[in-house]
Design a protein around this ligand. Structure first.
Ligand code: VNL
Ligand code: MN
Length: 345
């Protein structure tokens, strides 16, 4: 049992994998190509001695060993788990569809063994949107998972593309939030990210996801799917900081008739359709801005285990200077509401 903190602590962007997916990613790692994602995949899944310096793969594959111990030591009550990026989105459609069902099954089994310690997001294979929608339905109705995870683009395509609308339709109909997690910038935007190690979590991941979210907003997706709920990690990938400028420029483009006419302002969609998590962004200033911009019901605490060390994520949120009422929301109440996690008895 975890030590009891003052607040129930639910961490909302916590990564895992299963051996079959890791093995398939090793196959991808050994194949041709130079996409940004291959940098990460080669380092983690086909690590030469000394390459996976952080031992991420061990942390990803371990659900019930060291992970639970660390949670206990820190008083982290629950991980909201999700199959780690790039998920199954680098595989062919059939392999991806098959593997993702196995990953979702395994996730549901782990939750069944530890119902107070784990909850989870269902993954799906966007390569086959209709089968993805079926798997999403199975994930919620049969496996009782808590929402959905997608790792940004699929084959350099984004979810505003009508071929992916069955996925958005399913998320809306099932009334569960879709977490858009980073992966490497898609091929068309990759080149400038190839120097100075800015391709990954340091910079490239965030721009990839923020771009994805901007596309959803200005394409009119939230007029078509007004109840669609999106979660962004890493303090919203900075997107809400830019909403004024996005509004100003997009409105000018709308007047010129060059882009879809929107019913609402981008900031209104952001406030209505998005929540954000603090994964990997332990910044008081960014949190303060986010609480002011979005309100205290829209920000959820996360660690980003195992990529991000857990002790400072807890120490930071413990020390954050907000009222207890707000800290309850950040640490667990927002997560319970957004991801349909049962409140503590
Ligand atoms: C990293 C960080 C990777 C956070 C992640 O997913 C992540 C990384 C692949 O530092 O490589 O969520
Ligand atoms: Mn993550």
């Amino acid at each position: 049992m975890p030590i009891k903190g003052k607040f129930r602590r639910i961490a909302t962007e916590e990564a895992f994998s299963i051996p079959e997916v890791a093995e398939a990613l090793r196959g991808i790692a050994r194949g041709p190509g130079n996409s940004i994602d291959l940098t990460l995949v080669r380092n983690i899944y086909d690590a030469q001695p000394g390459r996976d310096l952080n031992n991420f793969l061990t942390g990803l594959l371990d659900l019930e060993g060291r992970r639970l111990e660390i949670m206990d030591e820190l008083g982290v009550d629950m991980h909201l788990l999700a199959l780690t990026a790039p998920g199954v989105q680098m595989f062919d459609a059939d392999t991806a569809t098959d593997l993702v069902a196995r990953a979702n099954d395994r996730l549901a089994e782990a939750i069944a063994r530890h119902p107070t310690r784990f909850s989870g997001l269902a993954s799906f294979a966007p390569q086959s949107p209709r089968r993805a929608a079926k798997e999403m339905e199975r994930g919620i109705k049969e496996l009782k998972l808590n929402g959905f995870m997608v790792n940004s683009h699929t084959n350099s395509e984004y979810l505003d593309d009508p071929k992916y609308w069955p996925i958005l339709e399913a998320a809306e109909a099932l009334d569960r939030t879709l977490y858009i997690h980073p992966r490497g910038p898609s091929d068309g935007m990759a080149t400038p990210f190839r120097d100075y190690m800015i391709h990954g979590a340091m910079w490239g991941y965030g721009l990839e996801v923020a771009t994805h979210a901007v596309r959803l907003i200005v394409s009119g997706i939230f007029d078509r799917f007004p109840k669609l709920k999106i979660c962004l990690g890493h303090m919203g990938e900075g997107l809400h900081f830019m909403l004024w400028r996005i509004y100003f420029m997009n409105t000018a483009a709308q007047r010129g008739g060059r882009v879809p006419k929107l019913q609402l302002k981008p900031s209104d969609y952001f406030k209505r359709n998005f929540v954000i998590t603090t994964s990997g962004m332990e910044s008081d200033l960014a949190l303060d801005f986010s609480l002011k911009a979005l309100g205290p019901d829209k920000v959820l605490w996360a660690i980003d285990y195992p990529y991000q060390p857990a002790p400072p994520a807890v120490a930071w949120m413990d020390a954050v200077q907000v009222s207890d009422e707000i800290k309850h929301k950040l640490y667990h109440a927002n997560a319970e509401r957004v991801f349909h996690i049962a409140p503590e008895k």
